[in-house]
Design a protein around this ligand. Sequence first.
Ligand code: HAH
Length: 334
Amino acid sequence: MSVRSLREVFKGDFDIGAAVNIWTVDSAAELIKAQYGSLTAENEMKPVNTQPAEGVFTFEKADKIADFAARHGMKLRGHTLVWHNQTPDWFFEAPGGGPADRETLLRRMRDHIRAVAGRYRGRAYCWDVVNEAVADEGEQWLRPSKWHERVGPDYIVRAFEYAHEADPDALLFYNDYNECNPAKRDKIIRLVKWLKEQGAPIHGIGMQGHYNLESPSIAEVREAIERYAELGLIIHVTELDMSVYAWDDRRTDLKEPTAEMLERQAERYEQLFALYREYRDVIRSVTFWGAADDYTWLHNFPVRGRRNWPLLFDENHRPKEAFRRVVRTAGVEA
Ligand code: HAH
């Protein structure tokens, strides 16, 4: 029996994408070609991989993914140019040791963005320009990172300017997680408003979408979409997955997901996609953070020695109940 293609089912609504890496483009090639219309490199375009030492650019792995996308007529989302994580230490160090100053950091940022966004110009149609700059907890607005401490908050503005300079045609995104948490959501909104006041060329908000069976509630997701949409930018769901564990569940004994977990996951995915379809005018792309459950960043994270099953396809690339329910939201049977 043939399986519906997510890409086709949601054609009139939004793009359906998946994060891939240099191994999964091979191991899940057939599934990816059949189901997804957009790719994101899970790690291969991050600073740690593209510029491991100053002035030393390595693009083989990123190219492998960009080439796969081009060969199969898929879109490519760029991820990510400026981040506090997966960025080599040299970025922040002075040539003689000690912390680099603001000018050095901004020059390195600009050179990096120019090289990476420049290389994929005409291939990556959009970029997550700044990833996760907002603080998770408490009163603090922006996360205390080396970028923030050594450049000041305007590092975010500069990143968008440099990205626009490197690729004037690319759509530029601010991307973050816990984006439906009301307190963090409001900090993200404050950031985006401030960026617009500063004249930063920002076109969209990336809602990462790392969810679980309990949170966020669908009402919180709806409220977040509403508030982000009011800013007049487009929305991409950039890294969707649904852990079968609550955030504080530390169990490591499960060899496979329980029937209850799979049912609840299917129900939540169905509710999410029904919601996304309501907002199809602002949500232009929905990308899963993986292709199928055999490989996900959530194996061993945040709990070592634990597997997870957060996606729509199982470890053998077969559609799960969640897949059928998602397809159903578009008014067709799986
Ligand atoms: C995301 N962070 C990153 O954007 C992505 O690049 C990475 O591959 C996986 C997840 C989400 C995140 C985190 O890094 C740490 C704690 C919670 C969530």
